[in-house]
Design a protein around this ligand. Structure first.
Ligand SMILES: Nc1ncnc2c1ncn2[C@@H]1O[C@H](COP(=O)(O)OP(=O)(O)O)[C@@H](O)[C@H]1O
Ligand SMILES: [Mg+2]
Length: 362
């Protein structure tokens, strides 16, 4: 009989094409000033059919493994603009800027960090900073859009460190340790077994208790980093990793993110090792408590893969003369953040994924 992969493909090609034509028509009807013209839709559909067909020829995979081969009907620039994503952090903190750059809501602390990073060993691994700008009466940090050179990128935000709050935040939270209903509700949403019997009866949780509990839910405590969000090239987005804690679960998420592509894993591992090297030379890193900062992983179908350090909103300088090791246990008062320990665990995670892919291929 006929190979089921091929026959599946032969059904899927016309079906997907029909679906795209319908989608186009809806798009066309809805948008009075469409980004696409009718001839370009026709070209786009033929282009899609061709790509779906090529997919079956090139990849010896069954058709049900085909997720989406959507070639968007936009120019590369329009596509980039539409696929920009804010994976984590406060909604509304970002604005689009000129081609290839973005605006992040002003924070004095972050500006100071970017200014100090200008002469530091970490400079090649942070987005280029272009100063503070005013827009619509608000101040913003102008920086390079790290997604700009990618085509339909896959993006992952990993928040680094064994805790995601500053020591001073914990101290401040303790000043008024009133049980709060909103925090109780937030805790219940993640884990209905989170609150103690006393907290259940009060229907309230104090802020320091909530802050410390939250870190034990994810891999922050156990691995020194946690996954904040992932956006895949097909537009699917996931931010439900609040309870992704075990090594095995984290490996699974990473494996899915890299699509079991060894070349991408290799690039990521070598980039992380370069970052580790730069961190060991960085004066900035030595002298700061690095909290709430992320590593942003980006790759696309061309196998380009990069990792960048982002988010210095909570990165705080130490008193003059004091430095941190970043890979020793945090005990309240020593301000250690566990960043290097987390980075080492990230490298191990990717190496485990690589090992598993190798096994699959044998
Ligand atoms: N320079 C950048 N280029 C591309 N995407 C970025 C850049 N900076 C931030 N992002 C996106 O925005 C998200 C939130 O950024 P972040 O700096 O962590 O803001 P917040 O301080 O609100 O947490 C990141 O997870 C990432 O998806
Ligand atoms: Mg952030």
């Amino acid at each position: 009989g006929r190979d089921p992969k091929v026959s599946g493909g032969l059904v899927l090609v016309p079906c997907s094409s029909l679906f795209y034509i319908m989608f186009d028509q809806i798009w066309f009807a809805k948008n009075k000033n469409p980004l696409v013209s009718f001839p370009s839709i026709l070209i786009w559909n033929s282009w899609n059919c061709y790509h779906v067909f090529l997919y079956f020829l090139k990849q010896n995979k069954p058709w049900w493994k085909l997720k989406t081969i959507v070639q968007w009907p936009f120019s590369a620039t329009q596509r980039r603009r539409l696929s920009w994503v804010q994976l984590a952090g406060h909604k509304g903190n970002f604005k689009a800027a000129d081609e290839g750059s973005i605006l992040k809501k002003f924070s004095e602390n972050e500006v100071r960090c970017f200014e100090k990073l200008a002469g530091d060993a970490l400079l090649p691994f942070v987005p280029a900073y272009h100063g503070v700008v005013e827009k619509d009466g608000e101040s913003f940090l102008h920086m390079t859009d790290l997604l700009a050179n990618f085509d339909l990128p896959n993006v992952m935000d990993c928040k680094m460190g064994v805790r995601t709050y500053l020591e001073e935040e914990l101290v401040r939270a303790r000043e008024r340790p009133k049980p709060r209903e909103d925090l109780y509700k937030k805790m219940m949403e993640v884990d209905s077994e989170g609150p103690t019997p006393q907290e259940h009866s009060l229907q309230g949780v104090t802020k320091p208790r909530y802050m410390q509990w939250r870190e034990t839910m994810s891999s922050t405590h156990t691995l020194g980093f946690r996954i904040e969000g992932i956006k895949k090239f097909d537009g699917t987005c996931r931010t439900d990793f609040k309870k992704t804690r075990s090594k095995q679960d984290v490996i699974q998420v990473f494996s899915d993110f890299v699509g079991e592509n060894r070349s991408i894993i290799k690039s990521y591992v070598s980039r992380l090792k370069e970052i580790r090297e730069a961190l060991s030379l960085s004066e900035f890193f030595k002298r700061h408590e690095v909290i709430g900062s992320s590593l942003l992983f980006i790759h696309d179908h061309t196998d380009m893969a990069q990792v960048w350090l982002i988010d210095f909103g909570k990165t705080t300088p130490l008193p003059e003369g004091q430095t941190l090791k970043h890979d020793v246990l945090w005990q309240e008062g020593n301000r250690e953040d566990g960043y290097l320990w987390g980075l080492q665990n990230l490298i191990h995670t990717l190496e485990s994924v690589s090992g598993e892919v190798e096994k699959l291929e044998q």
